[in-house]
Design a protein around this ligand. Structure first.
Ligand code: HEM
Length: 434
């Protein structure tokens, strides 16, 4: 194992891990939330923290659970995304960690997710323009076909794990289409996604960090060969158009491909899984969708609001900034709880109620806001709608067959197992547009 792996872990994960554990033991709610107590159900802790004010200084970071404040910080040019993992780690240790670069990946520059303008604009523009109406139209056809094939493959009156057998398979097929990956490699991407998604959390174990970095190395080699192949024989996929467009060099292409892989897959699987769980937990809402199927697009927004696949993000003050009467010093990280913002009673009436007809459900912050707003939001909504509507229409008597199990991650919030009895399968309904 390379020595830089140790240094990275120590500076970015080990030190915050120790701090989170110590503070959680001393009763700090924020450390309890980020450090593991809220993995199955973070909402009671979020509500306790909301009661303590709009902008809260915790021993670990400044945090907000307030919708208006989170939204305004996301849109504020005094805040950026660079080095948001600082979390009170002594500066020399942070610098040391940054001195050892890793292979291109979603959470290090030049990934657009973690860079500020003007570099951010340069990285985002070509990707945004590669999502052309033609490219997205092709993806819609693919989402529809993949969903139908998967539903056909689930047996009438059988049992299934709806995460492994359904929820992961829709987004992995779509992201493979975007990146021009062969279908035969999908299991490998699933394994990489699994091992790299903890990197979005704070204070992960050395073991989880090491596994993630080993996958990163393997993925790097794979992407080198894949990009060289696309350069020789480009396909009709979005990555091919980025490769031939010539605006991004190989390092930037690999960072972008790995970001699209993670952002496009690890989130959408949770939208589908969380959606199944909420609809099964609220049979009255499912009944309403059966009676009024035109509510499906709004139901997707309510699922995104109520149980967001990405619970939190963060910004760092680029300069001393006055916020809510508090001076946030340059370099300080502010944690923005997207899940907390989505249940802010100032914006959402009776926020703990799951209501597929909620008029302003789409005002959630699940896709973030400002210049980093999710590039794949409409694609994710489309995947969620086809998958969930298709599933509940084909299997109207679907029931849980044991408790679903949550993934033990904080930032990415979803299920790893969902055992169900499918019940009888009804014939394919008339084609629908969602
Ligand atoms: C339900 C599914 C999804 C959720 C909840 C989600 C959520 C998010 C969030 C919260 C951010 C911004 C983070 C921040 O501001 O710090 C983001 C950024 C991004 N997302 Fe998504 N995402 C989803 C699906 C997708 C899909 C399907 C794609 C592409 C195929 C995608 C591509 C991206 C990219 C490229 C960025 C970076 C944008 C930038 O930094 O400028 N996402 N996403």
């Amino acid at each position: 194992m390379k020595p830089q792996y140790w240094i990275r872990w120590l500076s970015q994960q080990g030190a915050p891990r120790l701090a989170l554990r110590t503070q959680a033991r001393r009763g700090d709610l924020f450390s309890q939330l980020m450090g593991g107590n809220g993995l199955d159900d973070p909402y009671p802790l979020i509500e306790r923290m909301r009661g303590r004010g709009k902008l809260q200084r915790t021993p670990i970071a400044i945090a907000t659970f307030d919708h208006a404040l989170a939204r305004s910080i996301l849109r504020d040019s005094r805040f950026g995304v660079r080095a948001t993992q600082s979390f009170n780690v002594p500066r020399p240790l942070q610098e040391l960690g940054r001195r050892f670069p890793l292979p291109p990946n979603p959470v290090d520059p030049p990934s657009m997710l973690v860079i500020d303008p003007p570099e951010h604009t340069k990285m985002r523009k070509p990707v945004a323009s590669a999502f052309t109406p033609r490219a997205v139209g092709r993806l819609r056809d693919r989402v529809e076909t993949v969903t139908e094939q998967l539903l056909d493959g689930l047996s009438s009156d059988g049992s299934a794990d709806l995460i492994a057998d359904f929820a992961v398979k829709v987004p992995i097929a779509i992201i493979s289409e975007i990146l021009g990956f062969p279908e035969s490699d999908q299991d490998m991407f699933l394994a990489w996604g699994d091992s790299m998604s903890p990197l979005l959390d704070i204070g992960i174990s050395w073991r989880a960090h090491r596994t993630a970095l080993l996958s990163m190395e393997v993925m790097n080699g794979y992407l080198d060969a894949h990009i060289a192949r696309l350069r020789r024989t480009p396909g009709e996929d979005i990555l091919s158009s980025l490769v031939t467009g010539g605006e991004l060099d190989d390092h930037a292409l690999k960072a972008t491909a790995s970001l699209l892989m993670g952002a496009g897959f690890e989130t959408t699987v949770n939208l589908i899984g969380n959606g199944i769980a909420q609809l099964l937990a609220h049979p009255g809402q499912l009944e309403r969708l059966r009676a009024e199927p035109e509510l499906w697009p709004n139901a997707i927004e309510e699922i995104l609001r109520f149980d967001p696949p990405v619970q939190t993000t963060a910004r760092t003050a680029l300069t001393d900034a006055e916020v809510e009467g508090v001076t946030v010093r340059k370099g300080t990280t502010v944690v923005l709880s997207l899940a907390g913002a989505n249940r802010d009673p100032e914006v959402f009436a009776d926020p703990m109620r799951f209501d597929v007809a909620r008029a302003n459900a789409k005002d959630h912050l699940t896709f973030s806001n400002g210049i980093h707003v999710c590039l794949g939001a409409s694609l994710a909504r489309m995947e969620g709608a086809y998958a969930l509507r298709g599933l509940f229409e084909r299997f109207p008597e679907l029931k849980l067959d044991g408790p679903p199990r949550r993934r033990q991650l904080y930032t990415l919030h979803g299920y790893e197992k969902m055992p169900v009895r499918l019940g009888p399968k009804v014939p394919v309904p008339e084609p629908t547009t969602v």
